[in-house]
Design a protein around this ligand. Structure first.
Ligand code: NAI
Length: 331
């Protein structure tokens, strides 16, 4: 039997945490034959609720779940973890300025960077979900210099999956027959959902989405804004932000990272930029990636037209601004 993998979920008493931990315990993140030990971190005011989640995990009698650590102690939470899913953060409340939310979160991510650096397994893979996701991941990377930059990523897979979903609804095909959309940039409303390289499997073989969706107008405007604004649409409908889809996409992100992407398929991940596609080095930017043997690599050589170029640059510019705002909060 395989040794258990230790998976940390921060903010585990929250909405996404509640949807995510049972998925991990059922094998949706690391596969149906991989035992796991869940480490759950939250803050003192949520300690009792966190313990309630632990009780439910015990009650669900998951065969793959070999142990549960539920704690408000960051060092204990990070001890020897192989995977860290960072969902904990400070939500934007009514009347709060962007800078106030940024300030709260960058100080959390700076502190948790140090804890991971000191206590996590040396090869720990980190996925930041909490917003501002790209910038929280950037701060985590900068303040955990001994963790390789390639091990620190943020979640844009939900946006990627939303884009697949919109195409599949439009064409009335199954979502698994659509692939290779791209989310470029920030997990924010400036993200650029790009369909120029996306394909659909049809009875007549693989076709490009541009060829099948003949309505360019829809692809160039409504499709993009629907994906960009989907988070707000969910809040409007549920009075709560996306949780099950965020949790499921976080499992997809880690599963593909660890176990690989299928041949001919790429996914979107927020990763540090090496300058690919002219994106400023060092930003945590969402790119198309393929994964093999536990490592991602940015898909190279895609043709970028003028329309895409402008949108990719606009979201990069926002990330550069967020980076300086984050640093001004830390000083
Ligand atoms: P939530 O408010 O229900 O849960 C957040 C949890 O984090 C709470 O239990 C809170 O006590 C905890 N927390 C706060 N500070 C903490 C700290 N320093 N250490 C550990 N835990 C801490 O929020 P929800 O709905 O679960 O969302 C979590 C985050 O994920 C938010 O920042 C949200 O904006 C973000 N998000 C990101 C998505 C993405 O695609 N990247 C999609 C959906 C949400």
């Amino acid at each position: 039997a395989k040794n258990p993998v230790r998976v940390l979920v921060t903010g585990a008493a929250g909405q996404i945490g509640y949807a995510l931990v049972p998925m991990i315990a059922r094998g949706a993140m690391l596969g149906p034959d991989q035992p796991v030990i869940l480490h759950m971190l939250d803050i003192e005011p949520a300690a009792e609720a966190l313990n309630g989640v632990k009780m439910e995990l015990i009650d669900a009698a998951f065969p793959l779940l070999k142990g549960v650590v539920a704690t408000t102690d960051v060092a204990e939470a990070c001890k020897d973890v192989n995977i860290a899913v960072m969902v904990g953060g400070f939500p934007r409340k009514e009347g709060m300025e962007r800078k106030d939310v940024m300030s709260k979160n960058v100080s959390i991510y700076k502190a948790q960077a140090s804890a991971l650096e000191k206590h996590a397994a040396p090869d720990c893979k980190v996925l930041v979900v909490a917003n501002p996701a790209n910038t929280n991941a950037l701060i985590l990377k900068e303040f955990a210099p001994s963790i390789p930059a390639k091990n620190i990523t943020c979640l844009t897979r939900l946006d990627h999956n939303r884009a697949l979903g919109q195409i599949s609804e439009r064409l009335n095909v199954h979502v698994s027959d659509v692939k290779n959309v791209i989310i470029w940039g920030n997990h924010s409303s400036t993200q650029y959902p790009d369909v120029n390289h996306a394909t659909v499997t049809t009875s007549g073989g693989e076709k490009s989405v541009r060829e099948i969706v003949t309505d360019d107008n829809w692809l160039n405007s409504e499709f993009i804004t629907t994906v960009q604004q989907r988070g707000a649409a969910i809040i409007k409908a549920r009075k709560l932000s996306s949780a099950l889809s965020a949790a499921s996409s976080a499992c997809d992100h880690i599963r593909n990272w660890v176990l690989g992407t299928p041949k001919g398929t790429w996914v979107s991940m927020g990763v540090y930029s090496d300058g690919s596609y002219g994106i400023q080095e060092g930003l945590i930017y969402s790119f198309p990636v393929t994964c093999e043997k536990g490592e991602w690599s940015i898909v190279q050589g895609l043709k970028i037209d003028e329309f895409s170029r402008a949108k990719m640059d606009a979201t990069a510019k926002e990330l550069a601004e967020e980076k300086s705002l984050a640093y001004s909060c830390l000083n």
